[in-house]
Design a protein around this ligand. Structure first.
Ligand SMILES: [Mg+2]
Length: 323
């Protein structure tokens, strides 16, 4: 890989779409006109750990690396601003694939109003992509943290769950009879997740008390909310909104569908809590942001998370503390 020519090609593929970006690629550092509060997160993905180049195109990898970072901004209710990218490229990855990786990322940047404002390229033994994102809000009060859940609050989630986990099972060779359209949607869900930026900002403005993006799976992410907020959370497994096809894939893999949906990661939906009095405004905020909302549990005093199934039993999900 001729690094200088690659960097030139990458710079040619990127666009600045934010007038606050005063200096970007091509100077020693980016210069951005600040707003009230900066919200910053970084995410790294590595070949063989977070994805396999045998089942993901390099454009998929670029998309997913930025999507995962932006999802953290969505979970804060912040508006996306700039992304900074470190590309560690193995000799086995050609310049064309590296460029396609950045083009995949740029397509999502365009869709979300993000400017890829800087980065670097280094040689490495394996493909590793780090993406730092900066989001903005006028005031801290516009943001939502993980620690605001209170006893009596409702637990809700946007969109659908289990799609990414079911897509991963398909990529790993799970055989199942599935309509082709559903199969493609599950694979897309795994390879090209979309961060819920619009919903995150709308839910924050509508009074969500705590929020987190579903990156580790609802069970683990609800446990993060419970721990940060000093409360307990009960999740009703029957109310998990399963993505189309998840049930069939789970049954083929001999996994309980609700358990797959609760414990598989990378759905990048938003898990939130809200007081009963803000239930209506949170529902309409989600609706107008184009994100279906499902209520799937309750917050109480105590600690840890628990699960209750459709028959009122309290199944144990492997790896989770119980009430
Ligand atoms: Mg997160």
């Amino acid at each position: 890989v001729d690094e200088l020519r690659l960097i030139e090609a990458i710079e040619g593929a990127l666009r600045a779409r934010d007038r606050r970006v005063l200096r970007w690629l091509g100077d020693d550092a980016a210069v951005v006109r600040a707003r009230g509060v900066a919200v910053t997160s970084i995410d790294t993905v590595a070949d063989g750990v977070h994805f396999e180049l045998s089942t993901h195109s390099s454009a998929d990898v670029g998309h997913k690396a930025l999507a995962a970072a932006l999802s953290d901004l969505a979970a804060m209710g912040a508006e996306p601003g700039q992304a900074y990218v470190s590309l560690a490229l193995p000799g086995s990855l050609g310049a064309q694939e590296a460029l396609e990786l950045m083009e995949g990322m740029e397509t999502l940047a365009d869709r979300t109003g993000t400017t890829i404002a800087g980065g670097d390229v280094v040689r490495s033994a394996a493909l590793v992509v780090s993406v730092a994102v900066n989001g903005w809000a006028e005031q801290e009060g516009e943001l939502v943290y993980r620690d605001g859940a209170r006893p009596g609050d409702l637990l809700g989630v946007t969109g659908e769950l289990g799609g990414s986990g079911a897509g991963l099972l398909l990529l790993q060779g799970q055989e199942v009879e599935l309509p082709e359209a559903a199969r493609q949607r599950l694979l897309e869900r795994h390879r090209r997740p979309l961060p819920r930026l619009e919903a995150g900002a709308a839910l924050a403005a509508a009074g969500a008390s705590a929020m987190i993006d579903v990156s580790d799976g609802v069970a683990a992410d609800a446990a993060h909310l419970a721990r940060s907020s000093g409360v307990s959370i009960e999740v009703r497994l029957a109310d998990l909104p399963l993505a189309d096809g998840v049930e069939l894939v789970a049954r083929a893999a001999e996994v309980d569908p609700a358990e797959l949906a609760a414990t598989s990661g990378d759905d990048f939906e938003l898990l939130l809590t809200a007081s009963p009095s803000s239930r209506g405004s949170v529902e309409s905020a989600a609706r107008s942001a184009g994100a279906p909302l499902s209520w799937l549990g309750e917050v109480a005093e105590g600690s840890g998370i628990g699960f209750v199934d459709a028959r009122g039993r309290r199944p144990r999900l492997r790896g989770y503390e119980h009430l």
